[in-house]
Write a protein that binds this ligand. Structure first.
Ligand code: ADP
Ligand code: MG
Length: 708
């Protein structure tokens, strides 16, 4: 089977398949032919007419029918935007926004960033010439903050609305009000076939326009037994497919949950393939295998690498794409015949009772499973292998994924809506309302951070916080740092917290990598450790070589540097000072505490803490610099809670309980355990007064607790 090469000379590709290869760009003719072959092209004039006739149109179509790449172009060609207004198209994912903009620029034969551009958080690739702008839904929301009626836009396409991302749902709610104020704006909502009627009825019976699809039958194969390790099972399945089918039959797409899984899958795949090929063909290294190419794709990958997945391989080579659910509907990779579905995805889950937001690996919904399988049947009949049993599919899976708005922390959203003048959040027109408890928890958190006053109105602090496209706790810390003389340090920390992990830990050199990481440790704080990394990188002239020597991800640091510049721009526009505290880092910790006093924990055992408010037991993450302290600090604040086999607090800083009092005074109170001399007793609890002397007490003699 491995000697199939000869037979693969006549590898066929779908007639519509056109894309950039490594060696050169497709010709104009190729591109035009491909565009005309798309299902959307067949109904182009009807679709434009419907949009002309209605303010809101819902467009439904199979994935790959041309909704994302074609619609905006049709509207542009038809001149639907008057008065020099432009066309905006939102995507729930950054990766999709960039990749699609790139594709459309190629199709329109313009330079990316000119007539066609994209805008994602911290990165704007548009110009005054831009007519068609792709962006994340989050960016459009931010723009609404600057200009409530979105004057710049003549048409807005809300793409992938069926995904029901939080920001998409909020935009749709805002449009309820906006449509009346801007009679001239067109709203187009595109959706996969699931649940599209919901959008139509939300907008008072807007027309539903269906692009006739073409799909081929897909055979679905379930796992016979429950699998214990979906990475391993998926790898074995992909190898079985590869070994038992001709390469010319088609490529393989594996769905995984996120970056770690994807990398593990790619590594295992390379390793197993090398073993097999070495037995049969005497291959000694993976690089010598020449009939397979593996393409991981997840959002942290830089755009240029992501775009490689579209490249057409030379004959006799098979593509194995390993992707998150981005490949479910937003990106279409042609030539896929086999899908391997691990059955899980990473979902944000929020528990308002204990105020915990976490990314959790959860079974996908039936709708997701069908979308995933569907990717195998675009250019011919396909096969979908599900790494779960048929019973599990019926018993464990919801029909639909729960919309993000119902399972996420809403502090950001509530702050944004408040800034947009939506006073009564509880009566905002949500397509599906979030749980009341979540809304109340968000209002409470914003109040705690000082963004809302006792009456729920936006404070000056809150208004300033809303200018930053970051979590309220981070913007709070940043603002406090400016008045405490360490915003230079804090903006670095915030930037470092906004990028994927900077420490690199290759599986074959873990010990070495851990040693390298520990050299950056600032024992009181993981935040300061990040600051230290950035500072040293800067002293080494932002060198890439230096990064690889110290097991640091150069790309993440690069990105942090870009984000830092963006944040500084916002600070300048808000007249927020950039000041450095020099080597005085305690003040930095105190400012971190100001944003995160809500997420505080108190030591309870070896590496164990109790969440102050809820009492929940959490574990200090094994990578924390705090383990270098000898005795762990009694009080900490943390950046995030990770739910894996245990609840871990990740990115942690030691804090003084008096700081927690200072920033969370209405939540916490300090009791002091006094040793009563001559009384022989263990002492009693006494509330600390405002008396200055009290601060001389050692923190471990104090007991900070939540007020009743
Ligand atoms: P939909 O939005 O309806 O799912 P798209 O407009 O995304 O469909 O895709 C239409 C076609 O364009 C598909 O055949 C897809 O493979 C192709 N395409 C999209 N992006 C790229 C790209 N970056 N490179 C090559 N082909 C692409
Ligand atoms: Mg699309």
């Amino acid at each position: 089977l491995l000697g199939l090469k000869e037979n693969e000379k006549n590898r066929q590709s779908a007639s519509t398949h056109v894309d950039a290869t490594d060696t050169g760009m497709p010709s104009r003719g190729d591109i035009d032919r491909a565009r005309k072959a798309l299902p959307a092209y067949q109904i182009k004039s009807q679709i434009i007419q419907t949009i002309r006739d209605h303010q809101v149109t819902v467009v439904i179509g199979e994935t790959g029918s041309g909704k994302t790449t074609q619609l905006a172009q049709y509207l542009n060609e038809a001149g639907l935007c008057k008065d020099n207004r432009i066309i905006g198209c939102t995507q729930p994912r950054r990766v999709a926004a960039m990749s699609v903009a790139k594709r459309v620029a190629l199709e329109m034969d313009v330079k990316l960033g000119q007539e066609v551009g994209y805008s994602i958080r911290f990165e704007d690739c548009t110009s005054s010439k831009t007519r068609v702008k792709f962006m994340t839904d989050g960016i459009l929301l931010r723009e609404a903050l600057m200009d409530e009626t979105l004057e710049k836009y003549g048409c807005i396409i809300i793409d992938e609305a069926h995904e029901r991302s939080l920001n998409t749902d909020v935009i749709l709610g805002l449009f309820k009000r906006l449509l009346a104020r801007r009679r001239d704006i067109k709203l187009i909502i595109t959706s996969a076939t699931i649940n599209a009627t919901k959008f139509s009825s939300f907008f008072g019976g807007a027309p539903l326009f269906t692009i006739p699809g073409r799909t081929f039958p897909i055979e679905i194969v379930y796992s016979k037994h429950p699998v214990s390790d979906y990475v391993e099972s998926s790898v074995m399945q992909a190898i079985r497919i590869h070994m038992s089918t001709g390469i010319d039959t088609g490529d393989i797409l594996i769905f995984m949950t996120g970056q770690e899984d994807i990398e593990a899958t790619a590594d295992t795949l390379r390793q197993k393939l090398t073993e097999i090929y070495s037995k049969r063909l005497g291959v000694s290294r993976y690089e010598e295998i020449d009939d397979i190419e593996i393409f991981p794709i997840y959002s942290a990958l830089p755009a240029d690498i992501q775009n490689h997945i579209f490249k057409r391989l030379e004959q006799g080579k098979r593509k194995i794409v390993i992707a998150t659910n981005i490949a479910e509907t937003s990106l279409t990779i042609d030539g896929i015949k086999y899908v391997v579905d691990c059955g899980y995805s990473k979902l944000k889950l929020y528990n308002p009772k204990i105020g915990l937001d976490s990314l959790t690996i959860t079974p996908i919904s039936k709708a997701n499973a069908d979308q995933r399988s569907g990717r195998a049947g675009r250019t011919g009949p396909g096969m979908a292998y599900r790494m779960y049993t048929e019973e599990a599919a019926y018993d464990d899976m919801y029909n639909q994924t729960i919309p993000e708005i119902q399972r996420t922390n809403l502090s950001n959203t509530v702050l944004l809506l408040k800034s947009l003048g939506v006073d009564d959040i509880l009566r905002f027109p949500f397509i599906d309302p979030p749980p009341l408890q979540t809304l109340l928890a968000s209002l409470y958190e914003l109040h705690f951070l000082g963004a809302l006053d006792n009456w729920g109105n936006l404070t000056r602090m809150g208004s300033k916080m809303s200018k930053f496209p970051i979590r309220p706790s981070l913007s709070k810390a940043l603002l406090i740092s400016a008045t405490n003389g360490c915003s230079e340090e804090m903006v670095t920390i915030v930037s470092m917290l906004s990028v994927p992990m900077v420490f690199y830990r290759p599986s074959e050199r873990q010990k070495e990598a851990d040693r390298a990481r520990s050299r950056f440790f600032v024992p009181e704080s993981d935040h300061l450790t990040l600051l230290n990394v950035y500072g040293q990188w800067r002293s080494n002239r932002y060198s890439a070589k230096w990064c690889s020597r110290h097991f640091l991800q150069y790309r993440s640091l690069q990105r942090a540097r870009e984000i830092r510049e963006q944040l500084i721009k916002i600070m300048q526009s808000q007249e927020i000072e950039l000041v450095s505290s020099g080597t005085e880092w305690d003040i930095v910790r105190k400012c971190i505490c100001s944003g995160f006093s809500y997420q505080a924990a108190k030591i309870s055992g070896l590496g164990k803490y109790n969440h102050l408010q809820t009492g929940m037991e959490v574990q200090l993450h094994p990578t924390s610099a705090l383990y270098g302290m000898g005795d762990l600090p009694p009080y900490v604040v943390y950046h995030e809670l990770l739910m894996t086999t245990r609840e871990y607090i990740n990115c942690v800083t030691s804090v003084d309980p008096f700081w927690l009092m200072e920033f969370g005074g209405f939540l916490y109170e300090i009791k002091r355990i006094k040793d009563m001399e001559g009384n022989g007793g263990r002492g009693f609890m006494d509330t600390v007064s405002d008396d200055q002397d009290e601060t001389e007490n050692q923190p471990d003699e104090l007991d900070l607790r939540v007020k009743n």
